[in-house]
Design a protein around this ligand. Structure first.
Ligand SMILES: [Zn+2]
Length: 223
């Protein structure tokens, strides 16, 4: 894949493997990543005016409003490190944010080239998350279905395994419904822009990565 001047956004529901795919693609393509959580922490630590404004909301436990987040993303992307392309993970999350990003990039004549949406059936996402077991001693994460611990209820280190309260099936289903409701308009927006690339995320990570590389190669050209 020719990664020059690719400006990519990644979208996907919780536990779809998005973080892994972004890391794999970044390593392979050399494209720098902008992960929203990291960007917020870094700008707050650096003490930029926008970073400090964002920190005020986060310290109160509030969502950072679009106006602040948009400014933060545009300030970040002005760094020459991103001039040759980038991968965005965790932004945009709303149509308003997507409109801002699209306008901002078009103004700079560096439009978004691809929006990779990782699709995984809900039942599989529920199984992935509801099966999670975490070690009380070392924090290692197992999965009842995909990565079972060496012995029932015990980590390799001997620690006791537990399930997080928000990993219950009901909580996960609600989380997925909320995601789907919020994201549907965003997908429709990018589909209209002609940049949406839907990828089946139900396979093993290597297989999913191959699908992503294939759609990125096709991106912009005839489908
Ligand atoms: Zn352990």
């Amino acid at each position: 894949m020719d990664s020059r001047h690719q400006r990519i956004v990644f979208l996907g529901p919780p536990a779809c493997g998005k973080g892994t795919q972004v890391s794999m693609l970044a390593a392979r393509s050399g494209l720098p990543t902008v992960v929203t959580g990291e960007m917020l922490r870094r700008s707050a630590a650096a003490g930029t005016p926008t970073g400090l404004a964002a920190k005020e909301y986060m310290d109160r436990g509030d969502l950072v409003p679009d106006s602040v987040l948009n400014r933060l993303v545009s300030e970040t992307l002005e760094d020459p490190a991103y001039a040759g392309g980038f991968i965005l993970d965790g932004y945009p999350r709303t149509v308003d944010q997507a409109k801002f990003l699209t306008g901002y990039l078009q103004e700079r004549q560096t439009p978004l080239t691809d929006v990779v949406a990782i699709e995984v059936p809900h039942d599989m996402l529920v199984r992935r998350q509801a099966g999670r077991l975490i070690c009380k001693s070392c924090g290692r994460v197992y999965n009842r279905h995909y990565l079972p611990p060496p012995s029932e209820g015990r980590c390799a280190c001997g620690g006791e395994l537990y399930q997080r309260a928000d990993d219950s099936e009901e909580v996960i289903r609600t989380r997925l419904e909320v995601y789907r409701t919020n994201t549907a308009p965003l997908l429709a927006y990018f589909r209209r822009q002609g940049v949406l690339r839907e990828v089946d995320g139900s396979g093993v990570p290597q297989r999913v990565q191959e699908s992503i590389l294939a759609v990125l190669d096709r991106g912009g050209g005839p489908a």
